[in-house]
Design a protein around this ligand. Structure first.
Ligand SMILES: [Zn+2]
Length: 117
C-alpha cells in the first residue's frame, strides 16, 4: 500500500538528512525539488530522497539515471560540499571571446557604433 503524499515532510527530512542542498546531478543550488527515488511520493524515508533540479528530477523519473549513481552522487555532495568550479573550462574564455569579436568585426566591417575593443 502506498503512503499518502506529504511533501512538507519530504522537504523536512531531506533538509535534515542532506543539509547541503543542491541537485545531486548538476550541483545547482536553486529551484530544487525533493525526488522520491522509488517513485513512491509517500515514502519519505531518508534513503528514498534526493535533492534535484526540475530538469534532472524529470530525467531521473523517466529512467535516464541509474538509482545507484544518484545515491553515489547524493553521498558525494554531502561529503564534499563542492561548489561548482568552472575555472578549468573557462580559463581562456576571455581571450577566445575577444578573438571571436575580432573575427566578426573583420567579416562585417565597421559597425554603427564605430570600432569595439
Ligand atoms: Zn540538476
Amino acid at each position: 500500500m502506498k503512503l499518502p503524499r506529504n511533501q512538507a515532510e519530504a522537504w523536512a527530512v531531506a533538509a535534515r538528512e542532506y543539509p547541503f542542498a543542491c541537485c545531486v546531478v548538476c550541483g545547482v543550488e536553486m529551484c530544487l525539488e525533493v525526488a522520491h527515488l522509488d517513485q513512491d511520493a509517500g515514502n519519505n524515508a531518508p534513503e528514498n530522497l534526493a535533492w534535484m533540479c526540475g530538469a534532472h528530477h524529470s530525467m531521473y523519473d523517466v529512467g535516464l539515471y541509474p538509482l545507484a549513481a544518484i545515491k553515489l552522487l547524493r553521498d558525494h555532495w554531502q561529503k564534499n560540499r563542492d561548489k561548482v568550479d568552472h575555472g578549468a573550462r573557462m580559463k581562456d574564455a576571455g581571450k577566445r571571446a575577444a578573438a571571436t569579436r575580432a573575427l566578426r568585426r573583420a567579416r562585417s566591417g565597421p559597425t554603427l557604433f564605430g570600432s569595439e575593443s
